[in-house]
Design a protein around this ligand. Structure first.
Ligand code: TNX
Length: 518
């Protein structure tokens, strides 16, 4: 009898210990892996999950209301965007209603009550079982919030065909969010290989979901000139006629470029055009003889060497030509910024190069724009703090001294054309392999003082990238990491936890048809 009692006691103690261990694990798990946090990339400032869910049905409407009529119109367009994204998989044809008298069961997008400290891109999503309220200070914030909203639905929402056996729910929650940096860019080199408008639009659409807000187009290089310049048509008919490997090449007409800008703007992405010079200019040198030192046009170039071409740095005809180009680009590009390249040409004298970038900066300013350039543009004594440095090599001492604004694009972390590892079928390795963790585990302040950092950018150079599938593979999933580095504070980022959230994104990427590297 005594023994049995003793055993019973032991058993009870064991059970209590097991329950305590279980509870401890449960609590730690709750703290470490908040469900909502795991759904959104880039990670928001805060997510509080409640009990219950909001169910999207065919009767759901999207209500919109701004502080002015104009703003209401702008939010209306964002609602149309959201509707377009939700429709293929849900099959729902939402009504969009311009009103703040929101009835139960609906989504409300508004700037009324938005607060200044949310900034232009901040937003708050409050979901109850009855309504979804997305409030922002500016319409742009609503556009960013809508991208988070998409990620809160089941991953099937991303499919582009009807899914019927599913309940379209959002968790009851409050999400507050705003970005750390205001420049979060993707660059695509359309010069080495010409990329069709359709493929660029697709990349804009995909990147915008991760709150990338700038697309820098590297429009000219040795192998191709890809933007129509009306005064100098041979830039595209000759300079745009081919590409790496000798394929057909191509270019965008000015009308097409404007259409692309509009498409991007509808997704709150700004296009920043780059005309690379004085180096990386063989396509222009092949198009017009007068740009060449010996007065003879070069042959078009289809290899992948760099650093062999240069404009003449002390020739007024060259600057007249550049003036024409910058004028036309300024006319068709609403961005305040024009990227002038400035990757150091190995065959131009240093002083000539510094003089050149200073002159071109003046031309850009003359047309009311601000110039961006690769390092070492900052070292030119004619370049002041009004110029933005895009830093690829981490040589930015002069820029720091001058107090120049910087876009951090350090090659060994940011370059999307670097292979992940030895098994990556395309890409280069000059800046090293960049596996997914390496692309994530860094911070812009590793390379520049916080107050000078405008943001970050991940460039995809396309010497070895010939089609849309390859682009996807090199961009995804690394861009998600860069997007998060640009959006989420350093303190809130952690690889071990991000790894888990990235897995959640894989299913969504698959549903969107992204050929990501797994
Ligand atoms: C560097 S760093 C380049 C490009 C190449 C790329 C290849 C810099 C501004 N330019 O011209 O395409 O490496 O990875």
């Amino acid at each position: 009898m005594h023994d049995i009692l003793k055993d019973k006691k032991k058993l009870t103690v064991a059970i209590i210990i097991i329950i305590i261990i279980f509870l401890i694990f449960f609590i730690i798990n709750k703290i470490m892996v908040k469900k909502l946090d795991n759904q959104i990339v880039p990670k928001p400032v805060s997510c509080e999950e409640g009990e219950g869910k909001f169910i999207l049905t065919k009767n759901t409407s999207i209500y919109v209301k701004g502080n002015t009529e104009e703003e209401t119109e702008e939010i209306y367009k964002i609602a149309e965007f959201l509707k377009g994204k939700l429709k293929p998989s849900t099959g729902f044809d939402f009504n969009i209603i311009k009103s703040d008298k929101v009835l139960e069961g609906n989504i409300y997008l508004t700037t009324i009550g938005g607060e200044k400290d949310q900034g232009n891109e901040g937003y708050q999503i409050s979901t109850t079982s009855k309504n979804v309220n997305l409030i922002a200070y500016k319409a742009e914030g609503i556009a960013r919030g809508v991208q988070s909203l998409r990620q809160l639905f089941p991953a099937e929402i991303e499919k582009n065909y009807l899914v019927t056996n599913i309940e379209w729910t959002l968790p009851v929650s409050v999400i507050k969010d705003k970005p750390e940096y205001s420049y979060r860019g993707l660059m695509i080199d359309v010069a080495r290989h010409f990329i069709s408008l359709e493929d660029i639009k697709r990349q804009i659409d995909l990147a915008a979901e991760y709150k990338i807000n700038k697309l820098h187009l590297h429009l000219t290089d040795d192998q191709g000139w890809r933007l129509e310049i009306k005064k100098w048509p041979e830039l595209t008919t000759i300079g745009g006629s081919t590409q790496v490997g000798g394929g057909e090449g191509g270019y965008y007409t000015q009308e097409e470029f404007k259409g692309l800008v509009k498409y991007a703007a509808e997704r709150y992405v700004e296009i920043i055009p780059e005309i690379e010079m004085p180096g990386h200019t063989n396509a222009a040198l092949a198009s017009y003889d007068f740009l060449n030192e010996d007065g003879k046009s070069k042959e078009v170039y289809t290899g992948i060497d760099v650093g062999f071409s240069t404009f003449k740095c002390h020739d007024e005809k060259t600057y007249e030509f550049i003036d024409d180009v910058i004028k036309e680009v300024s006319d068709i590009s609403p961005s305040k910024y024009i990227h002038i390249g400035g990757d150091e040409p190995k065959n131009a004298l240093e002083d000539d190069y510094y003089y050149f970038v200073g002159r071109v900066n003046k031309i850009v300013e003359k047309y009311g724009k601000t110039a961006i350039g690769w390092d070492p543009c900052d070292k030119s004594s004619d370049i002041s703090k009004d110029f933005v440095l895009q830093n690829w090599s981490n040589k930015n001492i002069v820029a720091k001294d001058k107090g120049m604004k910087m876009i951090v694009s350090v090659a060994k972390k940011c370059y999307l054309d670097m292979k992940y590892d030895t098994s990556t079928p395309y890409g280069l390795i000059w800046a090293g392999y960049i596996p997914v963790d390496k692309a994530y585990k860094w911070d812009p302040t590793d390379y520049a003082p916080k107050d000078l950092i405008w943001g970050i950018e991940a460039p995809l150079w396309t010497e070895t990238i010939t089609n849309s599938k390859f682009m996807d593979y090199m961009i995804y999933p690394r861009l998600l990491g860069h997007a998060e580095i640009g959006w989420t504070t350093k303190e809130k980022r952690n690889w071990n936890e991000y790894k888990y959230r990235l897995k959640v994104q894989y299913e969504r990427m698959k549903n969107k048809g992204i050929n990501y590297y797994n």
